[in-house]
Design a protein around this ligand. Structure first.
Ligand code: PLP
Length: 688
């Protein structure tokens, strides 16, 4: 096979996105084109440097990567007894060149899909073809967020249109009210897993509906409901058109829950009685809920729901009230809206939250759905989120770990790999930390002048570097560090203990509170005490995420407890020797052992009565920790110039966190605790 054909084959599968050796080939082919297009191999291929292609050394490297890719595809399954899984999600974060995600949910779905591929599970993923994606962030001169939606061209990316034997697009039809809508699908290969993305942009569809699937989390309630009909009902119909019959359907968040209606319709059409059909759907569906935040649970008023479901209702043959009842806590309350999470809970065999604490919070949150049960018997468990180590570990970090600990699958699948961190010297670990920090600072120095946001950059490559990158949802409290400006100024004012902070994150375009937070940071950064040392990096995406989680010494996480269901960005820092400085929310109560990072404030309790008091208390705890623990540990150097106490903590974090909070561990837990149907149908109490 020619070098070019091998390269094209590698580019056509997102396996390259978590393999630095593969990325390096495209970089060598045409670095400028590759980077300008958001690290997109197709751009490098189009403008390949002919002398590079003709170079025998390059050809040999391509051959080696190609061979590794073939080995990956044919490796035996690590969980051969796993059932076939259909995984539905509204968004997928796979790589920065494919903006099919808004934040944590999408990145988690992408990581889950990649880990399913690593494990060799029989796994098919379904989502939407979000051609215009989530927005690209820039700013006006006042630091007020602006949004643009650059369109993806499928020809510039590894999408293939799903066609039949005659080469015609495979289509399925759903009804929005009485209006039929045809859908086609684009396929992305994520290692060994196919991901099908539904697209309403089909000839013959009404013009105003052709872009229905193109934007993520935009538009009104009608558009959201229509997108969810496409994802759930259309998604299952597309799977059937392709001959895919999963044994387990994993509903990752409620957006896709109409899939349960379509399964119910299939069973009723096959002759099941309603109770049998419901029991069948429950036996085959598992549901994950990702947030205690009310806005994260889609609700539709009865009139809108009934109007849009009219066509489907005729197909399934149930009454309006019967359909509505599946999404109501009180099926007899005719005023109650239809909630997707309620449908997901009612028609699943197992439900879970995404951390131990979130499971507990979710049981409290949905207790009223199970009035006859004590709180601890509310049937919602948890599987704690994890991140895909090959995606999130920086190439320089992979190289370091490989040199010291060896390479291969152990990095992904074995705790023993991480235990061997003990064999690395303090000197080497500290050099590793400093190298990664300096790479981040180089990246920021290069990036900042290209931004729309005008900022001075005076970062010190040896100073303690704090990172805060996440969606600017207000509960995440991005501005907490500046709650008491005088105290923050003092903290940044120590000449012998310099501190610097890098922020990144997008506010939802309708969230003015979140946008105001970004603006506040931008304005605060102009204060003489912070200038050059408080930086906002615009357009947070997976690339900026990778840079920050690898480079920062401290990862700050200060949500208003207990609203962070898991949070995953802090999990990504551990392999790089970064330290979490976090409220005990989401995954951190499980991760923190007293020696592998820091906990802000007290052990988790309920939500404070008074958020202002909680903010005040947490800000004080944060300042105290920084002044009394974090900064002294970082700057207390011995005769060799090494911060031994800091390195001890780093070592501890690198041993205890990467594997237990990896997507490999997470997906194995899903197989063993959730996907395998060893549990009887758990629900006997479905309302009629
Ligand atoms: C990891 C990641 C997230 C999720 O991080 P949280 O800690 O849950 O906020 C969101 N966006 C991007 C780009 C990420 O890489």
């Amino acid at each position: 096979m020619s070098t070019l054909l091998q390269l094209e084959t590698i580019a056509a599968n997102l396996w390259w996105s978590w393999n630095p050796d593969a990325q390096d080939l495209f970089y060598r082919l045409n670095a400028e084109a590759f980077r300008a297009a958001g690290n997109n191999p197709y751009a490098a291929l189009r403008s390949a440097d002919a002398t590079v292609l003709a170079d025998p050394d390059f050809a040999r490297d391509v051959e080696a990567v190609y061979a590794a890719f073939r080995r990956y595809l044919s490796a035996p399954s690590r969980r051969a007894d796993a059932p076939q899984i259909g995984y539905f999600c509204m968004e997928f974060g796979l790589h920065e060149s494919l903006p099919l995600y808004a934040g944590g949910l999408g990145v988690l779905a992408g990581d889950h899909t990649k880990a399913a591929s690593d494990l060799g599970l029989p796994f098919t993923a379904i989502g939407l073809f979000l051609k215009d994606g989530y927005f690209k962030q820039h700013f006006d001169e006042h630091g007020w967020q602006q949004a643009t939606y650059p369109s993806l061209d499928p020809d510039d990316h590894p999408f293939t249109l799903v066609t039949d034997a005659q080469g015609e697009a495979v289509t399925v039809t759903v009804h929005l009210g009485e209006q039929p809508l045809r859908l086609r699908a684009w396929r992305l290969d994520v290692g060994r897993v196919p991901l099908y993305l539904l697209d309403a942009d089909v000839d013959g569809n009404p013009a105003e509906l052709r872009s229905l699937t193109h934007k993520l989390y935009q538009g009104d309630r009608l558009m959201r409901l229509q997108q969810e009909i496409v994802l759930g009902i259309g998604g299952l119909r597309m799977l059937r058109a392709l001959g895919v019959e999963p044994e387990v359907y994993h509903l990752n968040e409620g957006h896709c829950a109409f899939l349960m209606f379509e399964l119910l319709r299939e069973r009723l059409a096959a002759g099941d009685h309603r109770a049998e059909a419901e029991a069948w759907v429950q036996r085959h569906c598992v549901f994950t809920t990702h947030t205690p935040v009310a806005a994260g649970h889609d609700r539709f008023v009865p009139a809108l729901f009934t109007d849009q479901m009219a066509g489907f209702r005729e197909q399934i043959g149930l009454t309006e009230q019967q359909l509505l009842a599946y999404g109501r806590i009180d099926p007899n309350d005719r005023g109650e809206s239809f909630t997707m999470t309620v449908l997901g809970l009612k028609l699943s065999r197992k439900a879970n939250g995404v951390s131990a604490l979130n499971g507990e919070v979710a049981r409290r949150q949905w207790h009223h759905l199970y009035p006859d049960r004590p709180l601890d018997e509310v049937p919602i468990d948890h599987v704690t989120n994890g991140t895909h180590l090959p995606t999130w570990t920086a190439p320089a970090a992979r190289a370091f770990l490989k040199n010291h600990l060896g390479n291969g699958d152990a990095f992904v699948f074995e705790q023993d790999f991480w235990n061997a961190i003990d064999n690395i010297t303090d000197e080497d670990l500290w050099a590793y930390r400093c190298l990664l920090r300096r790479r981040l600072i180089d990246f920021i120095r290069e990036r900042a002048p290209q931004q729309s946001l005008a900022q001075d950059v005076a970062l010190d490559p040896d100073a303690l570097t704090i990172g805060f990158a996440r969606r600017f949802a207000t509960y995440k409290r991005a501005t907490l560090l500046f709650q008491d400006l005088e105290r923050a100024r003092r903290l940044f004012g120590h000449l012998d203990r310099p501190v610097q902070v890098v922020f990144a994150g997008k506010a939802h375009p309708a969230d003015n509170g979140g946008k105001r937070f970004i603006q506040l940071i931008y304005e605060t950064a102009k204060d003489a005490a912070f200038r050059g040392k408080v930086i906002f990096l615009e357009n947070y995406n997976m690339e900026i995420g990778r840079m920050l989680v690898s480079g920062c010494d401290v990862w700050l996480n200060n949500p208003r407890r207990p609203l962070e269901a898991s949070g995953t960005s802090g999990q990504k820092v551990a392999a790089h020797g970064g330290m979490n400085l976090s409220v005990l929310d989401g995954w951190w109560p499980e991760g923190y052992d007293g020696r592998n990072g820091w906990a802000i404030g007290h052990a988790p309790t309920g939500l404070h009565e008074d958020p202002a008091t909680q903010d005040h208390d947490d800000a004080l705890a944060l300042y105290d920790l920084l002044e009394q623990d974090v900064l002294p540990a970082f700057y207390n150097r011995d005769a060799d110039g090494l911060p031994r106490g800091w390195i001890d903590r780093m070592r501890r974090a690198m041993k205890t966190l990467p594997y237990p909070f990896s997507a490999g561990r997470m997906v194995i837990d899903y197989v063993e605790q959730i996907y395998r149907a060893t549990h009887p149908a758990r629900r006997e109490d479905l309302a009629a």
